[in-house]
Design a protein around this ligand. Structure first.
Ligand code: GLN
Ligand code: ZN
Length: 755
């Protein structure tokens, strides 16, 4: 065993490529336009370029095996021989891998879910009684060899057995964590192979230790790392935690004979770390540079924190708090940023530079980096005093809106007023908002971006789209229409671009899952709505039809969840500011005659804190922000909300607290069971359980929809039931949408006749 302590590192880095090259290459391979050799060559180029950059920046230990063709949990399932049996028949390794990730015509993919409380999604391994684990270390060994050949001080990274099992799904009654003992010999074998191949250190990621996923994390740690540390033919072991505090798992880890522990000092705190006695023999990897947000580090404050830790461990290395997978590559790629704003930010490359600066200061003293410290202090001072960041006028308005209350009239009174105003049939039909984003729409948007057409021409084309979407819905016979959202690139960015306080990046892409990348806007200052954001579109749509057109807005929690948020005020403060802007929009829509307004909150569950004890406070402010954004309208204006999922978990009671008049949710895949969940918490407003799954290209038959509706009517009286698909239609083709909705309307008529 070796393991010379290092001083500067990162826990992982982005892999999609600074120009999203990997996305394009993988998609080209899927489309059959390129072969595996080309794909592998591009992947190697990207990895090598990334390694060289981290090395040149001055890191003295560099993570490898953080590359992935799709997802690191899927890679771990391959490493441990735990792919589901249904893909076993696919002979080619890479094709089998992609089949597990995205399915084929014959086999279903693994489920996908959020990686802790980030916007990255991982594939959920399935562990059943027939799973027999076996070690397949080719990928990690190849990437280690590749890095060592470049002369890079490479530290292979693998997901640890505790996290792997706690995040896996048990099939046929298996509790994955019960299989822990079967994995330990595989990890021992892996460690010895890595040592043989030349690794000095290995990083074993155990982020599950910062959650409530298991009731005895300390016990698990003692079992696993007590055992793995006993081996002698192994690299030094760094157990990495991130996204929160280790709590009782920290002393347990420190008591084992592993060599290093990485802690998240951004989400977690330094105090408990400083007081763990057994750390004195270990390398402490201090995650002080935020790997998840885009703000420049306060180097001075970081040095002060690091100073409190110096005596508590044998040595201290500086690191990002987690992989920089969650932030864009580099500020160099943003040309539209003004210099002031730019000076407040740090993307992936800038974060690595911050790590190196801090490590240099620890080694050579503060004076050795005084220029960097000065530049940092100036930027932070500018940020604190910038009028865009703090606007007292906005704050006063919001305080007044909060004081005015976030409650609407009693639900029954609202229902009566709305029934009278809207005169809708029983079990009304509607859709969730978006219609297919056709290639004409995408082309127009690209042409606008490339300045080939002007805003007027773009808007003219989008009005054409709205007109045909309205005509389609009238023809189908839907009761409540939508304008179809053709003008929206994205349901968050569209609003962020129209709000002061937000900045939309040009190239700030981050991986969301597989080849899908998102470009979260940056919330940096107090939020002000410059002008109405949606009114002309809804107004135009309404002018084309006598049926009611629903106004479409994104809710404050979802806008926050899908943005990089401020770190200089509590999240709820930002939530209230956004809510206040959305509230202004609802009031303007109402004044324009719009009778139904939907405020989508598909991300309500996403921001839920990882520890149960922190969840009630979050739900309180999240619910209040939604209510603030919707409570400015009269009783006769109907508020809808949409949530994208049916497993509410800890957010279930919040659904009733939102107090929307109508809540549409996913239900098709869970056979309407979600309605029982809503009943169990006393939800008494209307509900639109999705009657078919829009994630699949399959057109639902009338009979199936009728059956779903009858099941829904067993749980909910007709007066409270709406009929809709389970999400927006933007990813479907127009043909699929037309056929599916035709069947939906037919089913509605059949069921109405039975009432
Ligand atoms: N109104 C949005 C749409 O239909 C809602 C999308 C979502 O829930 N993610 O596309
Ligand atoms: Zn949805």
């Amino acid at each position: 065993m070796t393991g010379t302590p290092f001083t500067a590192t990162t826990l992982g880095s982005a892999r999609i490529g600074p120009n999203r090259q990997l996305k394009r290459a993988v998609e080209a391979y899927w489309a059959g336009r390129t072969d595996q050799a080309q794909l592998h060559a591009l992947a190697a180029d990207l990895r090598v370029a990334g390694l060289r950059e981290l090395h040149a920046a001055g890191l003295d230990s560099i993570p490898v095996n953080t590359f992935s063709f799709y997802d690191q949990m899927l890679d771990t399932a391959v490493l441990l021989g735990a792919l589901p049996p249904r893909v076993a028949g696919i002979a080619d390794d890479l094709d089998r891998y992609f089949a597990a990730a995205r399915g084929t015509g014959r086999v279903a993919p693994l489920e996908m879910t959020k990686w802790f409380d980030t916007n990255y999604h991982y594939l959920v391994p399935e562990i059943s009684s027939s799973t027999t684990f076996s070690l397949h270390p080719d990928k990690v060994l190849d990437e280690l060899t590749e890095a060592l050949a470049l002369g890079v001080p490479a530290r292979p990274v693998v997901i640890g057995p505790i996290t792997f099992l706690l995040l896996s799904k048990g099939v046929d009654g298996t509790a994955p964590i019960d299989r822990l003992d079967e994995l330990l010999p595989l990890y021992r074998e892996l460690l010895s192979t890595l040592r043989e191949t030349g690794a000095d250190w290995v990083q074993i990621d155990e982020p599950a230790l910062v959650t409530d996923l298991h009731d005895d994390p300390a016990g698990l740690v003692t079992r696993v790392y007590g055992e793995l540390a006993r081996a002698t033919d192994r690299p030094a072991i760094l157990v990495a935690s991130y996204f929160g505090d280790l709590r009782e798992a920290l002393p347990a880890l420190a008591a084992t004979d592993i060599e290093g522990i990485a802690v998240d000092l951004v989400r977690g705190t330094a105090d408990p770390v400083a007081s763990v006695p057994a750390l004195t023999s270990k390398l402490l990897v201090a995650g002080i540079v935020n790997g998840r947000n885009i703000w420049r580090n306060d180097l001075s404050a970081s040095l002060a924190t690091l100073a409190t830790l110096l005596g508590s461990a044998a040595s201290v290395a500086v690191s990002t708090s987690c992989s920089t997978l969650h932030v864009p590559y580099s500020l160099d790629r943003e040309s539209g940023l003004d210099d002031t704003l730019r000076s407040w930010l740090a993307f992936g490359a800038e974060k690595v530079a911050e790590v190196v600066t801090l490590a240099t200061a620890l080694r050579d003293g503060r004076d050795s980096v005084d220029q960097a410290l000065d530049a940092c202090a100036r930027a932070l001072a500018a940020r604190r005093s910038d009028p865009r960041v703090h606007d007292d006028g906005i704050r006063e308005r919001i305080a007044a809106a909060v004081d005015a209350g976030v409650a609407r009239g009693p639900a029954a009174q609202r229902r009566a007023a709305q029934d009278e105003r809207l005169g809708l049939p029983v079990v009304p039909t509607t859709t969730i908002g978006s219609y297919p984003q056709t290639s004409e729409i995408r082309r127009a948007r690209a042409a606008l971006r490339a300045n080939e057409i002007g805003v007027d021409e773009y808007e003219r084309r989008m009005r054409g789209e709205v007109a045909s979407i309205i005509a389609l819905q009238e023809d189908l016979g839907l009761d409540v229409l939508v304008h179809g959202e053709p003008e929206r690139n994205d349901m968050v960015q569209y609003f962020a671009e129209q709000l002061d306080g937000f900045f939309a990046t040009e190239n700030g892409w981050v991986q969301s899952y597989g080849t899908r990348c998102v470009r979260p806007p940056i919330l940096y200052g107090d939020v002000r709505r410059r002008h109405p954001m949606t009114v002309t579109w809804i107004d135009y749509a309404q002018s084309l039809t006598d049926r009611p057109v629903k106004g479409m807005l994104t809710g404050p929690v979802t806008i926050l969840a899908w943005s990089f948020v401020r770190d200089d005020q509590p999240l709820w403060d930002s939530a209230n500011q956004i809510a206040s802007a959305i509230r202004d929009e609802t009031v303007d829509l109402e004044a324009a005659g719009v009778g139904i307004i939907q405020v989508d909150e598909p991300a309500l569950r996403e921001l839920l804190p990882l520890r149960a004890e922190d969840q009630p406070a979050y739900l309180r402010w999240a619910v209040d922000a939604f209510r603030l954004s919707t409570a400015g309208v009269a009783d006769a204006t109907q508020i809808h909300t949409h949530l994208c999922y049916s497993e509410f978990g800890a957010v279930i009671s919040a659904i009733a607290d939102l107090d929307a008049d109508v809540t549409s949710i996913e239900a098709a895949r869970s056979h309407m069971e979600v309605l029982d969940d809503l009943n169990s918490i006393g939800y008494a407003n209307s509900v639109g359980p999705g009657v078919y799954d829009i994630h699949s290209p399959r057109v639902p038959e009338v009979g199936e929809i009728v059956a779903s509706l009858r099941a829904a009517l067993d749980a909910v009286p007709a007066q409270r039931l709406w009929i809709n698909p389970d999400c927006g239609l933007k990813t479907r083709s127009t043909d699929e949408v037309e056929a599916s909705l035709r069947n939906l309307v037919t089913a509605a008529h059949i069921v109405r006749a039975e009432l």
